[in-house]
Ligand binder design. Structure first.
Ligand code: NDP
Ligand code: 2IT
Length: 444
């Protein structure tokens, strides 16, 4: 049995009931097999893979808060500090009822390689809670965030661990969390990213994940002698990543015809009117079906099914495992030729394998959504320097970063004889820097 297979079996045996974590580890280890087999003794001697798949630390805590009826609620809170070989732990906080330790471990594990690909000095981490912000008042969200940070503040810091947003955590939540951190510690420091522009935030961070996704998609298309202009695109989700992916795709001349939320999807053959989606989602915190009340050309369908819409390019930007084998087959049958992941692990392994087998272009999330955390690292940099760059400066750096990531993953795939397989390319390119740093730092 190969070293990578041994370590995968160990992960499954030692981490029961964490299927998403197993899935993320398996994909990475399968990709790394070529690299590890070539230097097996060196990696085995250092137990490098056993260390790579074990978080440095997991903090888990109680989050008590009082709802608007005066009732005491209790949620679970976590921070997974996965790997600090190349920098302080960095990664978002997710507030969603589905959150558990296994999901945060999958996300923290992915974050290690993603952060490495950005080229910036950030390690991998992730955190969150099973708290559901949907339907809560601003006061309830604030009470929850203050309680969550009261515990989390003991374990984070600008040079230690720097959380940010993810599903269910946007500008409002980062504000409440930051206020409480400052109050508890007395420190005005870059301990969170995604902050507001008047209190240390960076221009472009709000847009960064979605814009970055489209920048790297554009780089890949150009490399294959194609362009985004004139293409029909389907985007799943209607949150932060989906909205700004749609905005940039439209700016570059594509037509986005569908978006979704966890209840259903809208199809607008004339092209999504993004100002209406922004008003529904960012201002009213409403549901995507409200779009059809304002746009007569659009139809709303309850449930899943967004991937049955005919398109050239699919951008899954909602959540993990939202695009399965049947979805991939439907996309292919309808002529879709490229999938670029805005979400973390939105495609199941079977879907990814099918897409690659069919010769469709595929960009894995850990490369294609890295613009978000990459711009977070730029926010940390500005906070340390105590200055702020203009929108154009940050946007230029983001574009450069995404072009570099495309080159790195495409180059790694070529070096290992799997040209065009950006899954293997991303895993190897992300791993190389982290492995080098871990080996240099000894057994820790
Ligand atoms: P938001 O909370 O802003 O939006 C999430 C969107 O996904 C909503 O439309 C939501 O619908 C939908 N969604 C969430 N859970 C499910 C589900 N179980 N089934 C179907 N739809 C669902 O989050 P983001 O846009 O920030 O995050 C989206 C994805 O991108 C996540 O995978 C996240 O990890 C990833 N990501 C985010 C980055 C960032 O900077 N924010 C950076 C890199 C990756 P509903 O409102 O109905 O729940
Ligand atoms: O998945 C991710 O990369 C994020 N949610 C962004 C993390 C960050 O620290 O900006």
């Amino acid at each position: 049995m190969s070293y990578t297979e041994e370590v995968y079996d160990r992960v499954v045996a030692q981490n029961p009931n964490e299927p998403e974590f197993h899935q993320a580890v398996k994909e990475v280890l399968d990709s790394l097999k070529i690299v590890i087999d070539a230097n097996e003794e060196k990696y085995r001697a250092a137990s490098l893979l056993e260390r790579l798949v074990e978080p440095e630390r997991i903090i888990s805590f109680r989050v008590p808060w009082v709802d608007d009826n005066g009732k005491v609620q209790v949620n679970k809170g976590y921070r997974v500090q996965f790997n600090s070989a190349i920098g302080p732990y960095k990664g978002g906080l997710r507030f969603h009822p589905s959150v558990n330790q296994g999901i945060l471990k999958f996300l923290g594990f992915e974050q290690i390689f993603k952060n490495s690909l950005t080229g910036l000095p950030i390690g991998g981490g992730k955190g969150g809670s099973n708290f559901d912000p949907k339907g809560k008042s601003d006061r309830e969200v604030m009470a929850f965030c203050q309680s969550f940070m009261t515990e989390l503040s003991k374990y984070i810091g600008a040079d230690e661990d720097v959380p940010a947003g993810d599903i269910g955590v946007g500008g409002r939540e980062i504000g409440y969390l930051y206020g409480q951190y400052k109050r508890l510690t007395g420190l005005y420091e870059g301990v969170l990213t995604g902050k507001g522009l008047t209190w240390g935030g960076s221009l472009v961070r709000t847009q960064a994940t979605g814009y970055g996704l489209v920048y790297i998609l554009d780089a890949m298309l150009k490399d294959h002698n194609m362009e985004l202009a004139g293409k029909t695109v389907v985007v799943s989700g209607s949150g932060n990543v989906a909205i700004y992916a749609t905005e940039k795709a439209q700016q570059l001349g594509a037509k986005v015809v569908a978006m979704s939320d966890s209840n259903g999807y809208i199809y607008d053959p004339e092209g999504i009117k993004l100002d209406i989606v922004k008003d529904i989602k960012e201002v009213r915190r409403g549901r995507i079906k409200e779009y059809v009340q304002e746009v007569p050309s659009a139809v709303y369908t309850e449930g899943k099914g967004i991937w049955t819409i005919k398109c050239d390019i699919a951008l899954p930007c909602a959540t993990q495992n939202e695009l399965n084998l049947d979805d991939a087959k439907a996309l292919k049958a309808n002529g879709c030729f490229a999938v670029a992941e805005g979400a973390n692990m939105p495609s199941t392994r079977e879907a990814t394998d099918y897409i690659l087998e069919q010769g469709m272009l595929f960009l894995p999330g850990k490369a294609s959504n890295a613009g978000g955390v990459g711009t977070s690292a730029l926010e940390m940099c500005q906070n340390s320097m105590r200055l702020s760059w203009t929108f154009e400066e940050v946007d230029e750096k983001l574009q450069q970063m995404m072009n570099n990531i495309y080159e790195k993953i495409s180059d790694a795939a070529k070096r290992y004889g799997v040209e065009g397989n950006y899954v293997i390319g991303a895993n190897i390119a992300g791993f190389e820097k982290v492995a080098d740093a871990m080996l240099a730092q000894g057994i820790c």
